[in-house]
Design a protein around this ligand. Structure first.
Ligand code: HEM
Length: 397
């Protein structure tokens, strides 16, 4: 009998054996106690992601059932077309590839700023000193949050996604932090409406399609989504990148010898141990899957982390292999909700790892000191102590 419980932290320590059992023995799994189904095979997960008419996001994409209020905090992530498409198109007017590309030099500057703070120590706690800071700094700079507030926003965002061991639901601190974040962004939007700047928030205020504009509450919900979706996931991607390479020394030697492999390092990390592991949907009609009857209104978990390890699609899925074709990645979703920030996440990870590799050598993780984050659907490290040497010969970028 498979016991798949996303609130069980021992499951998050290593979910992959459970995923394997689910894929082989119960591809349409039912958890009666928590009241959800789970799809674990690559084909099923990808089809469900694409089929928004059957697998609706309107009740939110977390196990906690938000119902119609989901979009107040999760914006168009918690909407189906056509409502989803209207906001996504307006937001895309501000969140352009040009704006993302413009951030490359800023990401590099931020990465070096943080490395400068700890490089002489020969050790750091990678989450607190780097990976937990850079993604929120990037989002803050992008949306126009003043530098001094970035830390506070990060603290609130961390509280929003934190879950207590064994406890379903959002802890009171998380609910309070949600309110604080929303209030903060409300003030930010009204300030930029009065005095627009050259930032994403001002671009969203100005965004227009055929006379249609975003309302303040819609911009606030989008900023909230950015702070949650764009922060935690990228932090965890950076921690997984170091962890994966240290588990596979042969692959590590290859990247160290050839920095051109860094983008492949990022892609294979996204596949091997993705930060976004589980997305939930609500089924809009009765359907039969793998001999089970899933009823209209039932909640279904789409196991992205499992899809990425499905041997039907990825040969030797439990090996970290830089030469692999990662084209079938489930990591950023699929279809109408495909991650808006995928190129930004890839840029942040690639540039960060380039600078880390350029300036630090002989990185060793203190495996005894690693602590995993406690979160319902995001996987990664909350604490990652490491030692290193300063690179003597700096390679050019
Ligand atoms: C490693 C980093 C990241 C991962 C693994 C990731 C993963 C995902 C996934 C799986 C979805 C689809 C959700 C669904 O179908 O319900 C998604 C959506 C989204 N992501 Fe990301 N994400 C990452 C980084 C970012 C960043 C950096 C941003 C922006 C700053 C961002 C913004 C968004 C937004 C706005 C959506 C909603 C898109 C929509 O509903 O149309 N993400 N992300």
């Amino acid at each position: 009998m498979i016991d798949f419980n996303p609130y069980d932290w021992s499951f998050h320590e290593d979910p992959y054996p459970t995923y394997k059992a689910l894929r082989e023995e119960a591809p349409c799994y039912r958890n009666e106690k928590l009241g959800f189904w789970a799809l674990s095979r690559h084909e099923d997960v990808m089809e469900a992601l694409k089929d928004w008419e059957t697998f609706s996001s309107a009740d939110g994409v977390a196990l906690e059932f938000f119902g119609p209020s989901a979009s107040a905090v999760m914006s168009f992530l918690a909407m189906d077309p056509p409502l989803h498409d209207r906001i996504r198109e307006l937001v895309s007017k501000g969140f352009t590839p040009r704006r993302v590309q413009f951030f490359e030099s800023r990401v590099r500057a931020l990465a070096n700023h943080y490395i400068d703070q700890f490089i002489d120590r020969g050790s750091c706690e990678f989450v607190n000193d780097f990976a937990g800071r850079l993604p929120m700094d990037v989002i803050s700079q992008m949306v126009g949050v003043p530098g001094e507030d970035s830390e506070m926003i990060r603290r609130w965002a961390d509280l929003v996604v934190h879950r207590e061991k064994g406890q379903p639901g959002i802890p009171p601190e998380g609910a309070q932090a949600s309110g604080q974040l929303l209030n903060y962004f409300r003030d930010l939007v009204s300030a930029y409406r009065k005095a627009p700047q050259d930032d994403l928030t001002s671009a969203l205020i100005a965004a227009e399609i055929d006379g249609d504009h975003l309302e303040d509450r819609e911009i606030v919900a989008f900023l909230f989504l950015m702070a949650i979706a764009g922060n935690e996931t990228t932090t965890k991607l950076l921690t997984h990148a170091l962890d994966c390479l240290h588990r596979f020394p042969e692959q590590r030697a290859q990247v160290e010898a050839d920095p051109a492999l860094i983008p492949a390092w990022v892609e294979e990390t996204l596949r091997y141990d993705n930060s976004s592991q589980i997305l939930y949907r609500t089924v809009t009609r009765d359907l039969e899957m793998h001999g089970e009857i899933v009823k209209k209104g039932d909640r279904v978990a789409l196991l992205i982390g499992s899809a990425n390890r499905d041997p039907r699609v990825f040969d030797r899925p439990d090996e970290f292999d830089l030469s692999r074709d990662c084209g079938a990645l489930a990591s950023f979703g699929r279809g109408v909700h495909f991650c808006l920030g995928a190129s930004l996440a890839r840029l942040e990870a690639t540039v960060s790892l380039q600078e880390i590799q350029r300036r630090l050598s002989q990185i060793e993780l203190d495996r005894g000191g690693l602590v995993r984050a406690h979160s319902g659907n995001v996987r990664g490290f909350a604490v990652m102590p490491m030692t290193f040497r300063k690179s003597m010969q700096l390679t050019s970028r």
